[in-house]
Ligand binder design. Structure first.
Ligand code: LHQ
Length: 265
């Protein structure tokens, strides 16, 4: 069944337990204006709440994933515009909503992911890049520092040396290098990109998705924990996972030597 949601700057649909959220301002390579930041936050919230959704795909319409902040929109705000408030009220809510959504978010990186668009790409849990995709910290070109969580996320993903280099040079890191650096999980040729994304999304949505969500929580929380705390928290999450029907089904299926039929419950 397909469920469509009306948004001005996004396409949103649900099919076979996968919600697909497409950033849809292709004339700007999907630059974020206020509406798109708010609608993307709302769409992730919607997907998080919808029990029929077990995995989420985020992608961009046209040839870009996202070019980051809409700079024409920023310029039109004039002198009194507070970037800090814009970040706090906008991107921070979006990034935090993505991280607290306890379902796998698959970033289908179809083209360039620049500036805050790169931040949003990295807030996904798994990234498949098209061969045409690239990642770019465009900020230094306009005299800014990385934002939308990039200073936190990027060194964790690829180490400080590469992260700082990306920030200073604002070079476009192509998909192949992104794969080598661990910035993406897979790269697919253009002709196979859609099928590759669909394959991973179907695999995630038919897995033990309650456990996938708890795993996401456990890994993110571990960033602020020492080993003792992390072990203790892991035991707590495992208790929750072990009460799921999926755990019972998983063990039964193993003993009966058949594939498990997970329901995400
Ligand atoms: C755009 C944009 C764009 C508007 C392409 N805005 N129109 C947060 C808080 C507040 C303030 C500031 O920032 C932030 C966070 C940030 O995200 S800062 C970083 C903002 N992003 C950038 O600086 C990237 C700007 N874009 C580019 O450098 C290039 O467009 C890239 C390298 C992404 C792609 O280059 P091309 O493939 O050569 O495409 P293009 O430049 O020709 O762009 C296509 C169209 O999209 C073009 O419009 P046009 O009418 O000429 O066809 C661009 O003006 C428009 N566009 N990015 N961010």
């Amino acid at each position: 069944m397909t469920k469509a949601m009306p948004y001005d700057t996004l396409l949103y649909s649900v099919e076979n337990a996968v919600a697909t959220l497409t950033l849809n301002r292709p004339q700007t390579l999907n630059a974020f204006n206020d509406v798109m930041i708010r609608e993307a936050t709302e769409a992730f919230k919607q997907a998080a709440r919808d029990a029929s959704v077990r995995a989420i795909v985020l992608t961009g319409a046209g040839r870009g994933f996202s070019s980051g902040q809409d700079l024409a929109d920023t310029q039109s705000r004039g002198e009194g515009f507070s970037i800090a408030e814009h970040l706090r009220q906008g991107y921070h809510r979006l990034i935090k909503q993505m991280i607290k959504t306890e379902k796998p978010i698959l970033g289908a990186i179809n083209g360039v992911a620049a500036g805050a668009g790169c931040g949003v790409a990295l807030a996904c849990d798994f990234r498949v890049a098209s061969e045409k995709a690239s990642f770019m910290l465009a900020f230094s070109r306009i005299g800014l520092i990385p934002d939308s969580g990039l200073n936190w996320m990027l060194p964790r993903l690829i180490g400080y040396a590469r992260a700082y280099r990306m920030a200073l040079t604002a070079e476009k890191v192509p998909a192949a290098t992104a794969l080598e650096w661990g910035l993406v999980n897979a790269v697919a040729p253009e002709a196979e990109f859609a099928a590759t994304v669909q394959g991973w999304a179907t695999q995630f949505a038919s897995g033990a998705t309650r456990a996938f969500g708890l795993t996401k929580r456990g890994m993110y929380r571990s960033f602020d924990m020492d080993l003792d705390e992390a072990l203790d928290y892991e035991a707590h999450l495992q208790d929750i996972a072990a009460r799921s029907d999926d755990f019972k089904e998983g063990v039964r299926a193993f003993l009966e030597k058949r594939p498990a039929q997970f329901k995400g419950q």
